[in-house]
Design a protein. Sequence first.
Length: 380
Amino acid sequence: MFAWTNLLLTLSSLLHSACASQAQAPLQQPLTHLQPSDLSPRILPAATSNELLSLHRKLIEFESISGNEKPLGEWLKGYLEGKNLTVELQEVEEGRYNVFAYPGKERKTKVLVSSHIDTVPPYWPYERKTTNGVDEIWGRGSVDAKACVAAQIIAVLDLLESNKHNLPSDALSLLFVVAEEVGGEGMRFFSDRKPTNYSAIVFGEPTEGKLVAGHKGMLGLKLNITGKAAHSGYPWLGISANNVLVQALGIVLALEKDHLPGSKKFGKTTVNIGRVSGGLAANVVAESSKADMTIRIAGGSPEEINKIITKALTPLKEETEKAGGKFELEWSKRAYGTVNIDTDVRGFDTMTVNYGTDIPNIEGDHKRYEMRGILLEILC
Ligand SMILES: *[C@@H]1O[C@H](CO)[C@@H](O)[C@H](O)[C@H]1NC(C)=O
Ligand SMILES: *[C@@H]1O[C@H](CO)[C@@H](O)[C@H](O)[C@H]1NC(C)=O
Ligand SMILES: *[C@@H]1O[C@H](CO)[C@@H](O)[C@H](O)[C@H]1NC(C)=O
Ligand SMILES: [Zn+2]
C-alpha cells in the first residue's frame, strides 16, 4: 500500500530542495500522516503530478516479477525515448533488460540515478482507493521500487525541461535494473560495463523520505543433512536427519542470541531460518533434511560469521558423519558486510535499514545516496 501523496511530496520536496539552503518543511513531517491537502499545486504543478501518477500506474500495471521484466523494460524504453532521452537496453540475460537512459549523446555522466524495475511475487494489481480520507495506491511494486522509478524519471525530466540549474550535458543518466530482488545480477552486469566512474549514484529504494545512512550485510547458509532411514520403533538402527537438523538449528539460534558480531550503528546480526524440510512420514526415521537461512549482518565480516557458525557446528557434523550420515554446509557465493551510505545532504533525517540493496553490486568509489526520489543538491 502506498499513499500517493507520499510519492508526490517526496518528489516535490526534492525538486524544490535543489540548491536551496533552507531545510524543506514537508520533509520534517512524518510522511505517513500526510493528507491530500498537504499536496498543493504550489509544490507540484498539476500537469507534473498527473504525469507522475499515470507513469506510476503504468509501471505497476506491468507485473515485472524478477525474471519477467522484459515487457516493462521495452515499454519504459519507448516512454523515455518519447521524452527525448537516448535509451539503451542492456540484455542481462535473454529477455531481461536493464534500461539505461541519458539526454543527448553523452553516456558518461557525473551522476547516475538508479532504481530497479523487478518486483517480488505474488502480483497484486493496481488499485486506487480512499481509506479514512486518505487517498491511497495499492499494488505490487507501488512502493518498492516503482514509486522510486516514477519519481526519479519525473524529477529528471522536470529538471532537464526547466533547466533552471544550467546542467551540463554530462550531468546525469538514469539506470533501471532487473533482478535486484534476486541477487543483483542486473546491477552487476551494468557495473562490469559502466561507461565511467561516477561521482555519485542515487539508489532509489523506499526510505520513508529519509536518507539512508547504511544497511546490514547479508550471507546465506544452507544445511543439507543425510541420515539413514529406519522403522520409527527402532530409531537406533537409523540416523534421523531431522534430529540432527533440529540440533543444528538450535546451535545457530543460540549463536544468534549473543555470539554473532553486531554494532552500535546496525544493532544485532539476525538469522532467518526461512525454510526447513525433512523426512517422509511420522513413522519413518527421516533420511534427509534441509534448511535455508539468511543472515543479516550488523557487524564483522561474512568470513568471520562463517567461521563462528562453522566452528560451532563442527562437533555435530563430526558426530553425524562418524555415525555414517552426511552434514553439508553450503554458503552463498554472494555475501557482503554492512554497507555505509553517504548522508551529506542538508535537510534530511537519516536512518539505517535492514534490507539489502544494489549498492554493493556496483564497483567504484562514488558517493552513494539511498533515497526514494532524487537529490538535486548533488548536481549543483
Ligand atoms: C523532442 O525533441 C524534438 C526535436 O528537438 C522536439 O520537437 C520535441 O518537442 C521534443 N519532445 C519532447 C517530449 O520534449
Ligand atoms: C575507474 O577508475 C579506475 C581507477 O582509477 C580505472 O582503473 C578504471 O578504468 C575507471 N573506469 C572507467 C570505466 O572509467
Ligand atoms: C544434499 O545431499 C545429498 C546427499 O549427499 C545430495 O544428493 C543432494 O543433492 C544434496 N542437496 C542439496 C540441495 O545440496
Ligand atoms: Zn527495492
